[in-house]
Design a binder for this molecule. Sequence first.
Ligand SMILES: Nc1ncnc2c1ncn2[C@@H]1O[C@H](COP(=O)(O)OP(=O)(O)OP(=O)(O)O)[C@@H](O)[C@H]1O
Ligand SMILES: [Mg+2]
Length: 264
Amino acid sequence: MQNEISGTQPAGVMHPSILKVIEQKKALKEKLANIKHKIGVYSAKGGVGKTTVSVNLAYTLHSMGYKVGLLDVDVDCPNVPMFLGISGTFSDEYPLRPVEKDGIKVLSTAMFVDDVKKPIIWRGPMIGKMVREFFENAEWGDLDYLIMDLPPGTSDAPLSIIQLLDLDGFVLVTTPQHISAVNAIRSGMMAKRLGVALLGVVETMSDGSPKGGKEVADTMGCEIIGLVGNNRRFGELSDMGLVPVKEDERIREEFISIAKKITG
Ligand SMILES: Nc1ncnc2c1ncn2[C@@H]1O[C@H](COP(=O)(O)OP(=O)(O)OP(=O)(O)O)[C@@H](O)[C@H]1O
Ligand SMILES: [Mg+2]
């Protein structure tokens, strides 16, 4: 029998703890078999538009007829529910049940605290455990796409996801700024080093001619899959819990173009 780590050694000679990890991974794979595509939206830099891209991409895919889940992997600073105008959904149900909003299944640690302003002050191992919970003990059901909004940085959350899941890949997000591009490149390099595909880069807050996005695409050898214009409507609508692609035709067109690249 082949094992999943080396592909050569017989499983019988492995330490029980390694076998247990392999078993757990196999069980998780079976549990998540009904999620066809798992996509992370990622950049090591904060505030570049990861949550904005995740939310609007999820809604666009849903509007195209796909079954979509949206997971807020920003465990300690969860923002997705606010972007969707979800409040008052505190639940102590277990296994975790995603909240359904506009036909999209949404899960976030913000739903597990009774006051969204309360800080979640956790060290790395707790964050890793929570990320596991999102997959091992959550009822996602059948999905075409699970979009995962990642926190900034290159440590616990993205690492946990890469270790746990067979990801389709990451969408990198950058603004036109060089510093933002460098941080997206860091994320891209981490993903590549760990064998995760890059689906492409989205430049947000763009003036229409790619800058940071081009820098990332050229360095990482990936495609620019979208330019999202600098538009104050994003901030205004999100603050009201309204989803920009539902409210603004121009924004919808920008995201349809991104979604088509992803589904294509
Ligand atoms: N294309 C855009 N034009 C103008 N403002 C934008 C655009 N995209 C996002 N924003 C605004 O930028 C801010 C940061 O966006 P967002 O929260 O999506 O970033 P983030 O990368 O998820 O941040 P964090 O790292 O804190 O999770 C928000 O106020 C959002 O409304
Ligand atoms: Mg965010």
